[in-house]
Design a protein around this ligand. Structure first.
Ligand code: SF4
Length: 129
């Protein structure tokens, strides 16, 4: 049986409990130091499959701004963040962009959508002549 101990700081609320997490054969079997049950859920998520919400930007063609801020609507496995970032770097969307618009659905099979976190109106071209 493989047994390991990890120290994980819960970031679910500002209390920031420092937890001791015992893992046996890849499963969390004990959590100490948490003030509430949400810490146990966080310890499971962190100890077994670390996930993060990714925030970045995508290029916008013809927008009032050249970039739109985006994020994953769900946390994604940390090990996929580099690949997702590289994929998003290749994406360019047409203005206008609406807030919460899905830019990439089910990014790399994670179940998370890349969504815009603000709207970017189209640039109004000056009339010529
Ligand atoms: S264990 Fe509970 S009280 Fe402690 S940081 Fe996490 S959410 Fe906050």
């Amino acid at each position: 049986m493989k047994r390991e101990k990890k120290e994980i700081t819960c970031i679910v609320c500002p209390v920031g409990c420092l937890m001791e997490v015992i893992i046996e054969d890849g499963k969390v079997v004990e959590v100490r130091g948490n003030e509430c049950k949400r810490g146990v859920d966080y310890a499971h998520q962190e100890a077994i499959m670390t996930k993060r919400t990714l925030t970045t930007t995508v290029r916008v063609k013809g927008g009032l701004l050249p970039l739109a801020p985006v994020k994953t609507h769900l946390p994604v496995p940390k090990r996929k963040i580099k690949a997702i970032t590289e994929l998003i770097a290749q994406v360019e969307v047409e203005a206008p962009v609406a807030i919460d618009e899905i830019i990439v659905a089910d990014v790399l099979g994670t179940g998370a959508n890349i969504v815009a976190t603000r709207s970017i109106p189209a640039k109004v071209e000056d009339a010529v002549g």
